[in-house]
Design a protein around this ligand. Sequence first.
Ligand code: ATP
Ligand code: MG
Length: 393
Amino acid sequence: MVQAFLIKYAEIGIKGKNRYVFEDALVRRVKERLARCEGEFLVQKEQGRVYVEAKSEFDPEEVITGLTHVFGIAHICPVVLVEDKSFDHVCQELVAHMKEELGDRPFTFKVFAKRSDKEYPMQSPEICSEAGHYILEHMENARVDVHQPEIKVYVEIRARAYVYVTSIKGPGGMPVGTADRSMLLLSGGIDSPVAGYMMAKRGVRIEAVYFHAPPYTSERAKQKVVDLARLISEYTGPVKLHIVNFTDIQLYIYDQCPHDELTILMRRYMMRIAQAIAEERHCLSLITGESVGQVASQTMQSLAATDAVCHMPVFRPVIAFDKNDIIEIAEKINTFETSIQPFEDCCTIFVAKHPVTKPSIEKMEASEKKLAEKIDGMVSKAITEREVVEISL
Ligand code: ATP
Ligand code: MG
């Protein structure tokens, strides 16, 4: 019976001190993720690997799904732990495990042995050949192929014996927390949750900011964003979500400025506010779900006009993605169904019929002068009165 999981990671360039940072973050993320699963688990690192050992009843499917959400994991191997490591007994347990995992189908295999218990009476090559014979004798469907085995059979003799034959692909990437922190502009759409997921995959810890405009946007539109933050937290770990009331600022821009510039001016204020909150929260960058050419506010000129108000780097991981490719990821991470719920977001209500697609920064700055009287106060008020929702486990 599977009681443990061996976690393999592979990222070139994690040498020296970085290796410890990577491993420690991975152990923390695994513990954090398993806290959502039924059961008690011991998570340890040992000789360049991470082991998860169940200390109570647990659901292997649930644990495997959980681990496939932890960035930094390359492979997950369900392991049978054998306390009595006399060789016959190890072989019996091994074959029982193989029958369970592989059934009756024909397969080729090769045995790989490791022995860190130097007192053990057999050496690795002997363990390989003896275990191989035992498998051939007890499984008619088995055949040896030392060059290209379908099944790699691992027997490791440590304080206990570890046997495993299955390897499940993990998500890859880097453990969240190994890169710095970033502020995601999270709307209720399809793109921004995917953008946040992609940055988290590179080890970036995510916080999020959402701009709403009650009563023009509903409570349900806000709830949808909270739901999306919860869905991405399955991958990113806990997310602090800052909800900013943008109504007064939007109405003020609407009153004072040309309507065809509305979208881009609003976006410049969103970026400024996101950046101010990011600084307060020690985030070093911003993330958006923008993709070139998708809508009027995503032309090269519009992106330049929003970048012009930021001194932090703005990361746009889906910038060169087709909508269909973004949707494919959204479906994989289970945000798509929530994203397509039809609740208006704050941009759609105030959009002009013919928004400018090639804004000049000078013109935007000239329009913003018309806001001079009240805008700073409105921005500070929006920031200080924001609501913070902690999305944890
Ligand atoms: P998405 O699918 O992510 O909503 P979109 O295609 O609807 O993107 P826009 O509405 O132009 O595109 O928004 C571009 C980006 O600006 C979004 O991906 C998001 O990062 C940010 N953004 C837009 N509206 C909001 C909002 N109300 N709150 C927070 N961020 C927003
Ligand atoms: Mg949107």
